[in-house]
Structures are given as structure tokens and as C-alpha cells.
Design a protein around this ligand. Structure first.
Ligand code: FE
Length: 344
């Protein structure tokens, strides 16, 4: 495909950032393919733009991007096939990354830099996607009603003592599907079904549509505990430093806390794979890792990089080192299991 055609395809899209020209570094025609890469990103603009700007300033490579939810972006990548202008697919949750890999829209990258910077459990075993930031899906409890000593594991929240004390986010969101999928991998399906069924029995309220609402219900006394991604707690804490909520790290004497990633992969039909690879590798290096994680109160995937002070203040924890791919591979089983136990 010619440069010209690719560029025409780009400006034809309704969601293209060029529609609001200020967000681009200009909408003029690129001088050559070598200087431009296109990213389809499910991460929102305020998180990625500062990084992209920095990369551009350091390398001279211009980054164009389209932001949307992972599902529509993936559908678009598939529909466009060879004609896609996308060089990189960037999204949250290993479930989506695994799906992109399964659907054949990603290309493997044999990169010693990515392999050195990113632990094997946080990237594809086929080398076609790489985790770039890490989030823990952990227990948040009401500090005025729960003693941390009452808490232990995700599984224990299924016990009768938590009856009417739990709030959860909806089962429709990929985050809980990934959590349940990794539980199936670690505990087996019958045991996971018993546990998730126990959670549902213990619910104080119907599931919430997002993690923030679920934590606000805990803070307001509607329930005593919930399970959320750490960065949402970070957001709530930032707005309300004295909030009556705290982080608990479950399963510290066995498999560890459920973690997931945001990450990216080179697309199969990338027009500028060399520059896209350069961006991906750059994102895995310490400086970008800190900024990428810090922007959303996440953890860097690169073990050489410390998280921000706010994130560090939640304390160290042992993470489940199961390969996050399991979240994708067992997602369909997880959805069926959640449905069987009436988790909506
Ligand atoms: Fe999120």
C-alpha cells in the first residue's frame, strides 16, 4: 500500500485524532513512512500522549493514534486486514492482548531488549505482545469496620462470615473475567465455581458497573470489602486522602495477588515495523516505564524500576506469577462459570 493511500485511509476515519487537529503534531502529509507510526490505543489520551510526545522529541518519529475501547479497535484491525495503517495495538488487560494474538492481528517480535526488560509472565509466550504496566486486582476494606487480620485470601471472601458484606464490580468487565480465569488455572474449575458462588451469596448490593462505585459503597458503609484494581484506589485516595479505605494484599502465603497488565503488540501488517519496535522497546526502558506507570498509578513491568511514592506507600506484595496469558485462554470458561453462579 502506498503512503498516500495509507494516509488517505487514516484521515477518513471518524475517530481519528486528526479530527481535532491540535492533538496531532499537525495533520500534514508525512514526508516518508519511516517517520510516522500509527497506534491503535485503548489507553486514553491523557495517559499516553505525554509519553508519545517525549518519544517523538527524542527520536523524531511521529506517532499518530486512535483511541477507542479495545473491542472496537480489535474489530477494526481485523476488518482492515492488510490495509490497516496501525503499526501497534496498545490496550489494557492480558485478556484483550491474548485475543488479539489469537485472532492473528499481531506479529511476533524477537527483541532482546523487550525480553530483558519484561518478565516472561507479563508477555506473550509467542512474543507477539508485551506487558508495559502492571496493576494488581486486590482487596480494599473499610478501615473502620474491618481489621486486616480478618482478611486472608480471595477464597476466604466466600465464607459465611462475609455474608452481606461484599461489593463487587460487574462480571461483564474483563477485569473480573481475568481474575476468575486465573483462579480457574490455579484452583481448578469446581473450586473456583464454589468460591465465586460464595462471593455472589455474600454480596451486599448488586454488582457495580465500575471499581470506583464499588469502593464508594464500601466507604459509605453499604458493604465492608471489595475487589478492585489498585490504580482506581489511587485515584480515590488522591481526591480524598483521609478516605476510610485501605489496601489488603491477599494470598500472600500461597499464589499471591492477581495482577494484570496493559501492553502492546506489533500489528501483523505494520507499515513501519522498525519504528514501531523502537517505540515498544523505548516504552520498556526505565525512564518511560516510570512515567507510563506513574501516569495511572500503576506498577512498572520492568523490575529495575520502582513505582511512584504514592503506589509504594501501599506496601510490597507477592504477585501471582502465573503467566497473564491464562486470563485470555480461560476467559470463556470464566464467563460461563460466573454466569452459572448468578454473578451478573
Ligand atoms: Fe481500568
Amino acid at each position: 500500500m502506498s503512503v498516500k493511500k495509507s494516509w488517505r485511509a487514516v484521515i477518513g476515519w471518524p475517530l481519528i485524532v486528526c479530527a481535532s487537529a491540535l492533538l496531532f503534531t499537525g495533520c500534514s502529509q508525512p514526508e516518508s513512512d519511516a517517520e510516522v507510526i500509527t497506534v491503535y490505543t485503548a489507553r486514553n489520551e491523557q495517559l499516553i500522549k505525554p509519553l508519545f510526545d517525549r518519544f517523538q522529541a527524542e527520536t523524531g518519529i511521529e506517532i499518530r493514534y486512535i483511541t477507542d475501547n479495545a473491542g472496537p479497535l480489535l474489530a477494526r484491525l481485523k476488518a482492515e486486514g492488510k490495509n490497516t495503517p496501525a503499526d501497534l495495538f496498545l490496550t489494557v488487560d492480558a485478556g484483550f492482548l491474548w485475543q488479539a494474538s489469537e485472532e492473528g492481528v499481531l506479529a511476533p517480535l524477537d527483541s532482546p531488549i523487550l525480553k530483558a526488560n519484561i518478565p516472561a509472565s507479563l508477555r506473550s509466550s509467542k512474543d507477539d505482545w508485551f506487558g508495559l504496566s502492571l496493576r494488581a486486582r486486590t482487596i480494599i476494606y473499610a478501615t473502620d469496620r474491618v481489621q486486616p487480620g480478618e482478611l486472608s485470601t480471595y477464597e476466604a471472601l466466600a465464607e459465611p462470615e462475609w455474608n452481606g458484606r461484599i461489593c463487587l464490580r460487574t462480571a461483564k468487565k474483563v477485569y473480573n473475567q481475568s481474575l476468575v480465569a486465573t483462579m480457574i488455572k490455579s484452583l481448578g474449575e469446581p473450586e473456583t465455581e464454589r468460591i465465586v458462588g460464595g462471593w455472589v451469596k455474600n454480596l451486599a448490593t448488586p454488582p457495580y458497573s465500575n471499581d470506583i462505585q464499588s469502593m464508594e459503597a464500601v466507604a459509605a458503609g453499604q458493604c465492608d470489602v471489595t475487589i478492585v484494581n489498585t490504580y482506581y484506589f489511587g485515584r480515590l485516595q488522591k481526591d480524598n486522602p483521609d478516605i476510610n479505605l485501605a489496601v489488603f494484599w491477599p494470598n500472600q502465603s500461597d499464589r499471591g495477588v492477581h495482577i494484570n497488565v496493559s501492553g502492546a503488540g506489533l500489528t501483523k501488517y505494520a507499515k513501519n515495523p522498525a519504528a514501531a519496535r523502537q517505540l515498544l522497546e523505548w516504552l520498556s526502558e526505565p525512564e518511560a516505564q516510570y512515567l507510563f506507570a506513574e501516569a495511572n498509578e500503576e506498577y512498572p513491568v520492568n523490575p529495575a524500576v520502582e513505582p511512584s511514592a504514592e503506589v509504594k506507600a501501599w506496601g510490597d506484595f507477592k504477585a501471582d506469577n502465573i503467566n497473564v496469558e491464562a486470563a485470555g485462554r480461560l476467559q470463556a470458561e470464566a464467563i460461563k462459570l460466573m454466569d452459572r453462579v448468578g454473578y451478573q
